[in-house]
Design a binder for this molecule. Structure first.
Ligand code: ATP
Ligand code: MG
Length: 334
């Protein structure tokens, strides 16, 4: 609960593993968090910590040999009923309706998400007709409006172009238009600006913020860029090796981080106050290979505050620090 609001999406103890001949990759290993209506939840963590697989699990688009092995993903619908997404078949009508119409997805590389042999318009029209009973002409009109709403100039002409004819920024806008064409209540944006230059990145973030204000939708924003999180998020989830190690409001995370991993992530952001000759602090050690997760706290081999005999023995649980903030670390275990 947050200000009496019920979560739009609740992920509880989610475990998604990839079963390979060489071993099992525990991509997501007990992740728990909530997304609130109209708010932006930032999900941050180093490469490989399970951010994208978490998003794919929610949308039920995990690639084989991946599988959700445990946990619950509860989506609250517009009529206040709840649906447990892990119970639905990925190809069921209900899941297909949820994907697109209730939860939209935007990801990093719009070039690969658009077909090279169909126009942008054909793909928007298809997405709209999949979820709404409108004829082709109406869908096309909606598509043009969708392109206009994301700031694409001359949308009535652009709609007949191919993705490769658009610049990177326009392509990302077109992808947002597709994701929003059916008015989802939750937008999952997985590294939406990583492939873009900084100016275009700022424009796309502004656009997402404006669209969120107009539509009141929730955004789950996945990024490894803490600057983007600081600018966009209301709440933050910090992931490490498939687990949530800390969560809190954006103020908690930036001004009063608790977990040694969160602190290390924050120290690795370049600051304008850092003298140009001082070396950037980096997090010592590297992420363990996903087949060889350490026992105990997954961060202990890299942790400057590691307590021998404690951190390497049992896994810490998420502890409540204050109203919004939780941390999974023995330093805060009561
Ligand atoms: N299709 C797959 N088959 C096998 N392993 C996979 C597959 N997809 C992801 N993984 C593994 O799952 C783990 C989590 O990957 P994920 O893509 O969620 O990381 P991420 O946090 O999104 O990283 P990045 O910041 O690089 O996008 C990684 O170890 C990755 O190698
Ligand atoms: Mg990813």
């Amino acid at each position: 609960m947050q200000n009496g609001n019920k979560p739009l999406l609740s992920v509880c103890n989610l475990k998604t593993y990839f079963f390979q001949d060489e071993g099992t990759v525990k991509a997501v290993d007990g992740a728990t968090f909530d997304v609130y209506p109209g708010k932006t939840l930032g999900i941050v963590g180093e490469s490989g910590c399970g951010k994208s697989v978490t998003a794919q699990s929610i949308l039920r688009i995990i690639e084989s040999p991946g599988r959700i092995v445990e946990g619950e993903i509860v989506l609250r619908r517009a009529n206040d009923s709840e649906v447990e997404l892990t119970k639905l078949h990925p190809d069921s009508k209900e899941m297909r309706d949820i994907r697109g119409a209730e939860i939209g997805l935007v990801f990093q590389e719009p070039m690969t998400s658009f077909s090279p042999v169909h126009t942008v318009g054909a793909q928007i029209i298809e997405a709209i007709q999949l979820h709404m009973s409108v004829n082709k002409a109406e869908a096309r009109q909606r598509g043009i409006e969708a392109l206009r709403s994301v700031g694409i100039p001359k949308p009535e002409r652009r709609i007949d172009e191919y993705a490769f004819e658009l610049s990177g920024g326009l392509r990302q806008r077109a992808m947002i238009a597709v994701a929003l064409s059916c008015d989802p209540r939750l937008l999952i944006a997985d590294e939406p600006t990583t492939a873009l230059d900084v100016t275009t990145q700022a424009q796309i973030l502004d656009l997402l913020r404006d669209l969120q204000k107009q539509r009141g939708m929730a955004i789950m924003l996945i990024t490894h860029n803490l600057g983007v999180i600081a600018e966009m998020a209301d709440d933050v989830v910090v992931m490490y090796l498939g687990r949530v190690v800390e969560e809190g409001s954006v103020d908690d995370i930036f001004h009063s981080p608790k977990h040694p991993y969160t602190k290390a992530l924050l120290q690795s952001i370049p600051s304008i106050e850092t003298e140009s000759r001082t070396k950037l602090p980096t997090i010592t050690g590297s992420i363990p290979h996903p087949y060889n997760r350490p026992s105990g706290c997954p961060f202990y081999p890299r942790c400057p505050q590691f307590i021998a005999g404690v951190c390497d023995k049992t896994e810490p649980m998420l502890q409540i620090v204050n109203e919004r903030q939780k941390v999974s670390c023995f330093l805060y275990q009561k």
